[in-house]
Design a protein around this ligand. Sequence first.
Ligand SMILES: [Mn+2]
Length: 329
Amino acid sequence: MNKICMGIWGNTNLRDRFNINGFGEDVPVIDRIKQVGGIDDIDGIELHLPTELNDSNADEIEKVLNDYNLQIVQLCGHTWTERQYKFGALANIDKEICNQAIDRVKAALDMGARFNVPISVLWPATDGNDFPLQTDYFGLYDRYVDSVRQILDYLHQNKYSIKICIEPKPFEPRSYIMMGTTAQALCIVNEINDPNFGINIDIGHSLIAKENIEDQITLICRYNRLYHTHFDDNDQQCDADVPPGTVNFIRLVSIVYVLKQHNYEGWYGLDLFPYRDAPEKFIKLSRDNLRLAERVVRLMRQKGADEMRKDGTMGPEMAELIRECIKEA
Ligand SMILES: [Mn+2]
């Protein structure tokens, strides 16, 4: 069983652009961590630096993590919430802004070392374009790759073991975010070719890019670059971030199947946005669906699913097997 962790940006008051106040109450970071820690079978958290973890609250957070037996699984340098990142961060053409973004990621690596964090995500949220021909992508890629190389040099100089992951997303907040699909991100990962640089696949992002996730996960694993996962679900209209398996449970089964096939031993991260509902319900629903999907996959493999898949001719039979295993699980 892979361990499950929760992104604590999700269990507080959440704002959307039509309701900038949100429908709930703001919850202090410490209380969000305690809430996650109180839920059975959730063993870790993910968060951002400096917005959720910083020098002034690190001691307090460390204590709560120990009290609840939680681990920080992913610490992301926040590079899209401040004014200067309006037109990009790690690929910003303004050297000063670009360097601020690099320093932010380095600071996350430093803090990550203190907490033994295994993963740090890079999300190129504002590096992209809204208008046709607004952005020269040649320059954008040159600058992004150069920034990542500087970050990796820093990582190796300090002998950090943390793995840095690109999390691709096709759009939102920009109309187009650079390297928005899984294979595009993998292309840059393979170009940089560093063992500490890989991919965090966010299932919801892959879905809104209309990807075949089985294929994408397999491709990342083919190059041994799948270091982290973000689970959530949507109906391929927008990145709704509802619990995994609530929109399409069979798809969740297929994702877990391929992860098990490739012996993925990393974490199942939860990237959820319960705008209207109790976060605790979202977290428990996610956990239960993930565990159910694991049981379904185990049964399927016991009943010969691996063999059935080999020649690609057993479509209806596979559909039947999935249905029977869901009933049995
Ligand atoms: Mn995500």
